[in-house]
Write a protein that binds this ligand. Structure first.
Ligand SMILES: *Cc1c(COP(=O)(O)O)cnc(C)c1O
Length: 378
């Protein structure tokens, strides 16, 4: 037995974040204000996007993205089932129908072929996920969506710091939604961002997240003259607070270092695991680099089942997780017609996510891989 405890993820939060949050509180401006505006600009420029609009989460960002595209009842939106459930839920928020497409075994991502296989004349959009930080084929999917005349919303919840074709994944994305939940590489507690290239779309998103108002509360406050706001459409309160943005601004400065460290730890895992039959760790695709937000391992002919591997790890203080979930297998989607998603089902039932975070040591990795090696020889 051991009293070792290795969590699957720990957010990297330091004294700088604590001070930044305290400064926001002391300033007296705690709702969406100047820090949110700065966070939007700096984040957008870091991920190569034209404009950033901060929101309360990636989930609300996905919702607004579909509202922006005018998706509604009667429309179909292609999504991977293999994703956090928020991806599919966003489609239902606007009254449209999610249509599940299968994914590629190596990347866990939609491909042009899997989308095309389920596309119909009612398909208005696709939400493609950069799953666990692994970029999808941005050039291929963006071109295909344009050719089909459908919208492409990129669920980049996990992908801050990932690259495709030599560029950050936000570069060249028409619309991308990002998450700052503590399970992601950088965090604001809760929080999200929508990035777009088009200035008009950014302006509409700013209205949509703030009750449909034609002038933000911050701008109204800054004005010397009284400003009478108008409410142009029925919208939402999906704002981020300045306290969150203050933390986010510090986190942005850590992103490159955190990603570099995750990639080193992932490379060491890959080396150690290479000697064990039946385990296939996630890798960079040919066209890009993952930030390894999730380091997953597919069991392929491993002598012990996935759930048993998880309990053996847990018994020795290692908090691993099942692989990425599949929405079509959850009760919330049991009313949908049965679909054939063989790769999705294999990935969700036969993979697990190993601990990966800034505090993970080489000794921790040896301990984790040692348990797997022992199970392999059963
Ligand atoms: C985490 C995650 C979300 C949800 O992000 P929140 O900010 O928690 O709403 C959406 N999609 C994917 C792929 C995720 O991993």
């Amino acid at each position: 037995m051991t009293d070792r405890k290795i969590p699957v993820m720990i957010p990297m939060l330091g004294e700088e974040e604590a001070q930044a949050a305290a400064e926001a509180v002391r300033s007296g401006w705690v709702a969406q204000g100047p820090r949110v505006a700065r966070f939007e600009q700096e984040f957008a420029s870091l991920v190569g996007a034209g404009h950033g609009v901060a929101v309360s989460s990636c989930t609300t960002g996905l919702h607004l993205s579909l509202v922006l595209l005018g998706v509604g009842p009667g429309d179909e939106v292609v999504v991977p089932s293999l994703s956090f459930i928020a991806t599919a839920n966003a489609v239902r928020y606007v009254g449209a129908t999610p249509v599940f497409a299968d994914v590629d075994l190596a990347t866990g991502n939609l491909t042009v072929e899997t989308i095309d296989a389920v596309r119909t004349p009612r398909t208005r959009a696709v939400i493609a996920v950069h799953q666990g930080g692994v970029p999808f084929d941005t050039v291929g999917l963006r071109k295909a969506a344009e050719g089909w005349g459908i919208g492409l919303v990129e669920d980049a919840a996990c992908a801050a710091g990932s690259t495709a074709y030599g560029q950050p994944v936000g570069a060249g994305a028409a619309i991308a939604a990002w998450s700052f939940h503590p399970r992601k590489v950088i965090t604001t507690g809760e929080g999200g961002m929508v990035t777009v290239d088009d200035a008009g779309q950014a302006a509409r998103l700013r209205r949509l997240r703030e009750h449909g108002m034609n002038v933000s509360a911050a701008d109204r406050h800054a004005s010397k003259q009284p400003v009478l706001e108008a409410y142009l459409e029925t919208a939402y309160n999906y704002r981020m607070t300045d306290i969150q943005a203050a933390v986010g601004l510090v986190q942005l400065g850590r992103l490159a270092g955190l990603v570099a460290q995750r990639r080193e730890l992932a490379a060491r895992y890959q080396e150690l695991l290479a000697g064990i039959d039946g385990l296939v760790p996630v890798r960079d695709p040919a066209y890009g680099q993952t930030n390894y937000q999730s380091f997953w391992v597919l069991l392929d002919g491993f002598p012990v089942g996935r759930d048993e591997v998880l309990s053996e790890l847990a018994a020795r203080g290692v908090s691993a997780r099942r692989g990425i979930m599949a929405a079509h297998l959850e009760p919330a989607y049991s009313d949908m017609a049965p679909v054939s998603l063989p790769v999705t089902e294999r990935l969700t039932s036969d993979s697990l996510i190993l601990p990966l975070h800034h505090a993970l040591t080489a000794d921790d990795q040896d301990h984790i891989v040692g348990i797997l090696r022992e199970l392999a020889s059963r």
